[in-house]
Design a protein around this ligand. Structure first.
Ligand code: SF4
Length: 365
């Protein structure tokens, strides 16, 4: 059964964007307090979403929520968001527009009359200024449908308040960057399990955002699996060639599990060491000089040497004058490569740096 069917046929008054953060919890609680039935929509992308916590949220806060997968449209938007990025790679304005537009399309299905979001006026520099809140409402086509209950007293009345469906007098007027208003409201509802302020969006964090940049800019058609891979192991790029190297056994297992058709695996023969995974992909900008979709022999040998340098045993073998062999696994085929472990190789593998993200954003028109 489609999970959403569990929530159909019930008398929902509203659908709410529900991240599981405190603001989204409170936005629903203040409406529940008025006797309104609100269904949370928990959006899931490669960068945010914790659908495994849905039961926890129901038990802890009395909030029912439905997971909503927006991976594909999110990736399509992320490469070129109309309203640009925030501090890192977070396209907050376009992200909100995408989710609200999607939620608007679900209203009829759930028999709900309006939408709710936990945005607080003035809380975030990019996406929660008054002008941006308006831009988001208009961009998503929800001008007369969206209620932001936490800041209601600071915003103009909505049709839902004017019609008496929602009692405006009972709504708060929280604004600004502090959390005092939210914490007081949480105490009012007896909420003691307060989620941490960090929203859990990896696009808004420096390190993950830096790792996403070469994927977004380099791959013709980035998939959720590509972003997932970037979080599993050490990440190295040499021009368009992408190599992930396990830090420990757990990461090696995760890499093995993340292996896709077309991927290359480098594993040391006879000595212990990390698993390395080379992802072959169609590039966004094809070039006669590079073939990331099919690594040339020189690149394979270079990657094998570099990956082997993360094995102390392999380095010791080489220092003792013995041959080090790397097994190159491509699907069912296995090739042996005799290499010398080397941290510095002709290709010059390097980790993605947050500074590259800033430079890229400056160059963008
Ligand atoms: S922080 Fe992430 S999830 Fe939140 S609005 Fe921005 S892009 Fe969207």
């Amino acid at each position: 059964m489609d999970i959403s069917e569990r929530f159909l046929g019930r008398p929902w008054d509203a659908l709410a964007l529900f991240s599981g953060g405190l603001d989204s919890i409170l936005a629903i609680k203040v409406l529940q307090e008025q006797g309104l039935k609100v269904l949370g929509l928990h959006y899931v992308s490669p960068f945010f979403g914790k659908p495994h916590l849905l039961d926890h949220w129901r038990r802890t806060y009395g909030i029912e929520a439905l997971p909503v997968d927006v991976r594909r449209p999110y990736l399509d938007m992320l490469a070129a968001p109309d309203h640009g990025y925030g501090k890192h790679m977070n396209p907050c304005v376009d992200c909100k527009i995408l989710m609200l537009r999607h939620a608007r399309g679900l209203l009829e299905r759930f028999g709900a009359k309006f939408l709710v979001s936990g945005e607080v006026l003035g809380q975030r520099p990019m996406s929660q200024r008054a002008d941006t809140l308006n831009l988001i409402r208009k961009g998503a086509g929800v001008v007369d449908l969206l209620l932001r209950p936490l800041s209601a007293q600071k915003l103009g009345p909505t049709p839902m308040e004017e019609s008496g469906l929602v009692d405006r007098a009972l709504l708060p007027g929280i604004w600004g960057r502090g959390r005092r208003g939210q914490l007081d409201l949480a105490a009012h509802f007896g909420i003691t399990d307060i989620p941490t302020p960090a929203g859990g969006c990896r696009l808004a964090e420096a390190e993950p955002a830096a790792r996403y940049l070469p994927i977004i800019t380099g791959l013709a058609d980035p998939r959720p699996e590509d972003f997932h891979l970037s979080g599993l192991a050490r990440q190295y790029w040499a021009g368009p060639y992408w190599l992930s190297i396990g830090r420990n056994e757990r990461a090696n297992d995760a890499l093995e599990a993340a292996c896709q058709p077309g991927d290359l695996r480098f594993r040391l023969k006879d000595v212990t060491g990390p698993l390395a995974l080379g992802r072959q992909y169609a590039p966004r900008t094809p070039s006669a000089d590079f073939s990331p979709q099919q690594w040339p022999d020189a690149v394979l040998a270079d990657a094998a040497s570099f990956a082997a340098s993360y094995s102390p045993r392999a380095r010791a073998e080489a220092e003792a004058g013995r041959t080090v062999t790397v097994l190159l696994l491509r699907g069912d085929s296995v090739t042996e490569l005799a290499i010398t472990p080397a941290r510095q190789t002709p290709l010059g593998w390097a980790e993605p740096k947050p500074s590259a993200l800033n430079a890229w954003k400056k160059r963008k028109p």
